[in-house]
Ligand binder design. Structure first.
Ligand SMILES: [Fe+2]
Ligand SMILES: [Fe+2]
Length: 160
């Protein structure tokens, strides 16, 4: 079966630590997807998927912190804006988790799909802008020729 989220080579930033973390986040979404698919259409609360969602949120928090640290090290002028975007994404994720906990919302495939696009959009736009900045400033970016595609406009999809 094709993975739910297959991280493409041309999505790599050329920044090893961050690419590894993006792949790990994608892997965690794939695990959640497998758990959901295995559970089928059962209506009861999927605690296994939910627990993995909590892990995903923690991984995302750590990734954002590490990414911002790399940006700081490289004097990235877009750090402030990027940090605000991370904070907004984490707040949305926390809202989602709280709503699931309070029973106001189910954790379904549709929500997981929104998370998938949330991750892809952020990596392909905002993170890519940082990778392009590194490349322009010839900071030692491991040569990933395929990752030279420029970031397009900022797209933000709230998790709905
Ligand atoms: Fe990132
Ligand atoms: Fe980021």
């Amino acid at each position: 079966m094709k993975p739910f989220l297959c991280w493409r080579d041309d999505w790599l930033l050329g920044l090893n630590e961050l690419d590894t973390q993006h792949l790990a986040l994608a892997g965690r979404l794939n695990q959640i997807h497998s758990v959901m698919v295995a559970a089928g259409e059962k209506s009861e609360f999927n605690s296994d998927a939910y627990r993995r969602l909590l892990d995903f949120a923690e991984m995302a928090r750590e990734h954002f912190r590490d990414e911002e640290s790399v940006m700081r090290d490289r004097d990235y002028p877009g750090l402030g804006e990027h940090h605000r975007e991370h904070a907004l994404l984490l707040a949305e994720l926390q809202d989602l988790i709280r709503h699931i906990e309070e029973g106001k919302r189910d954790f379904k495939l549709q929500t997981l799909t929104a998370l998938k696009y949330w991750l892809i959009d952020h990596a392909l736009n905002s993170d890519k802008e940082f990778a392009d900045f590194c490349r322009r400033h010839t900071v030692s970016v491991a040569g990933v020729a395929s990752a030279s595609r420029h970031a397009s406009s900022q797209i933000h999809h709230p998790i709905r």
